[in-house]
Design a protein around this ligand. Structure first.
Ligand code: FNR
Length: 369
C-alpha cells in the first residue's frame, strides 16, 4: 500500500522503518534528555499569526538573495553528516535536489561524498561546512579544495568543541558503516571511524577536532581563504557582536538540531535577540525544527534572512532518495507560499513582526496554550 506524503514530517516514520536502528537513531537523536529537541518544535507552536486580509495575493514572490546569490526561496539545506547511510546516492541526491529547486545546499565536512564529487553533480550554489581539526594543514587543504570545487562560502560550526552526549549513539556504539568513508578526509587517512566503547563519532571528534578553537581562529581562517565565512551556532547577543567584530559575512542561529548542549532554548526563541544585536550589519539565518511553511514565515517575521533544514533531508533521502528531497523542498515552498497568501504578504519583505504574536505578547487566555 502506498500512501501519499502530504507533509515533511511523514518521511520520518518511513525512514524509521527502512533504516537500521543505529542509523535512524543517529539521525533522529538529540543530546541527553532531548529537552531542546522537543522545544525546537514546541516553541513554534507558541507563535501565532496576525493575518492581514483583503490584500491582492494573486502573485507571490518568494525569491531572495543570500550573500549576493539569487535563490528561489528562503529555505536552504543545512549540513548533515554521512548522507550515504540514508541512501546510496547520499549527498549527490541532495545536491541535485537543491539545484533543481534553485536553492543552496551546505555540504558537511563529514560527508560521505567529497567536495569534488558533489561539485561534479552539476551547477548549483553550495556552501561548505567546516569542522576545524587540530591539524591545521588538514583544514588548509580542505578549504582550498572546497574553493577550487566552486563552493561559495565557508560555514564554520562553532558549537562543537566536543560532541554532545547523544545517548542512543553511545548505546548503539554508533560508527560509520565500514563500506563508507568521510570522503573529504580519505586521502588524509582520517576518513574511517573506529568502533569504540562509546559513540564512535564522539571518539573521532575527541581525537581530531580542535577544542581550543576561538575567535582568533576565525581571523586565521580569513587569512587562508577569500570565501565569506558564516558562523553557525550563535545563540546570544554577546556572541553576535563578537562575530561581527571578527568580520563574518553571516550568522546562523543554531543549536545543532539540539544535538550539542541540552537545555538551550529553541532557536526560534533566540532569534530576535541575535537579529537585534546584528543591527542589519550581517544577515541572520536560523535552523532547528523547521518542518512547516508556517515555521519559515515565523522565522522571517522575527528577522531571519532565511532558514536551513536538517533532519527532513536525511529522512526524505532514506524514504525516497533525490525524489524525496525534491518533494520536501517543494512541500515547504508550497506551504510558505500559502502562509504568505493567507497572511496578506506578496513578497518576503512584506513579512513583518506585526504578522505574528509571541507567547509573552498574548492575552492571558491565549498564553495558556
Ligand atoms: C547535523 N548537524 C550538523 N551540523 C554541522 O555543522 N555539521 C554536521 O556535520 C552536522 N551533521 C548533522 C547530522 C545530523 C544527522 C543532524 C540531524 C544534524 C546540524 C544541522 O546542520 C542543523 O543545525 C540541524 O539539523 C537543524 O535542525 P533540524 O532541521 O534537524 O531540526
Amino acid at each position: 500500500m502506498s500512501m501519499e506524503i502530504t507533509n515533511v514530517c511523514e518521511y520520518e516514520e518511513i525512514a524509521k522503518q527502512k533504516l537500521p536502528k543505529m542509523i535512524y537513531d543517529y539521525y533522529a537523536s538529540g543530546a541527553e534528555d532531548q529537552w531542546t529537541l522537543k522545544e525546537n518544535r514546541n516553541a513554534f507552536s507558541r507563535i501565532l499569526f496576525r493575518p492581514r486580509i483583503l490584500i491582492d495575493v494573486s502573485n507571490i514572490d518568494m525569491t531572495t538573495t543570500v550573500l549576493g546569490f539569487n535563490i528561489s526561496m528562503p529555505i536552504m539545506i543545512a549540513p548533515t553528516a554521512m548522507q550515504k547511510m540514508a541512501h546510496p546516492e547520499g549527498e549527490y541526491a541532495t545536491a541535485r535536489a537543491a539545484s533543481a529547486a534553485n536553492t543552496i545546499m551546505t555540504l558537511s565536512s563529514w560527508a560521505t561524498s567529497s567536495v569534488e564529487e558533489v561539485a561534479s553533480t552539476g551547477p548549483g550554489v553550495r556552501f561548505f561546512q567546516l569542522y576545524v581539526y587540530k591539524d591545521r594543514d588538514v583544514v588548509r587543504q580542505l578549504v582550498k579544495r572546497a574553493e577550487r570545487a566552486g563552493f561559495k562560502a565557508i560555514v564554520l560550526t562553532v558549537d562543537t568543541p566536543r560532541l554532545g552526549r547523544r545517548e542512543a549513539d553511545i548505546k548503539n556504539r554508533f560508527t560509520l558503516p565500514p563500506f563508507l568513508t568521510l570522503k573529504n578526509f580519505e586521502d588524509l587517512d582520517l576518513g574511517k571511524m573506529e568502533r569504540t566503547n562509546d559513540s564512535g563519532l564522539a571518539s573521532y571528534v575527541a581525537s581530531q577536532v580542535d577544542r581550543s578553537l576561538s575567535w582568533k581562529d576565525v581571523k586565521w581562517l580569513q587569512t587562508i581563504t577569500s570565501l565569506p565565512i558564516i558562523v553557525k551556532g550563535v545563540m546570544t547577543a554577546e556572541d553576535t557582536r563578537l562575530a561581527i567584530q571578527a568580520g563574518v559575512a553571516g550568522i546562523v542561529v543554531s543549536n545543532h538540531g539540539a544535538r550539542q548542549l541540552d537545555y538551550v532554548p529553541a532557536t526560534i526563541n533566540c532569534l530576535e535577540e541575535v537579529v537585534k544585536a546584528a543591527r542589519g550589519q550581517v544577515p541572520v539565518f536560523l535552523d532547528g525544527g523547521i518542518r512547516r511553511g508556517t515555521d519559515v514565515f515565523k522565522a522571517l517575521a522575527l528577522g531571519a534572512s532565511g532558514v536551513f533544514i536538517g533532519r527532513p533531508v536525511v529522512f526524505a533521502l532514506a524514504a525516497d532518495g533525490e525524489a524525496g528531497v525534491r518533494k520536501v523542498l517543494q512541500m515547504l515552498r508550497d506551504e510558505l507560499e500559502l502562509t504568505m497568501a493567507l497572511s496578506g504578504c506578496t513578497s518576503l519583505k512584506e513579512i513583518t513582526r506585526n504578522h505574528i504574536v509571541t507567547e509573552t505578547e498574548m492575552p492571558r487566555t491565549l498564553s495558556r496554550l
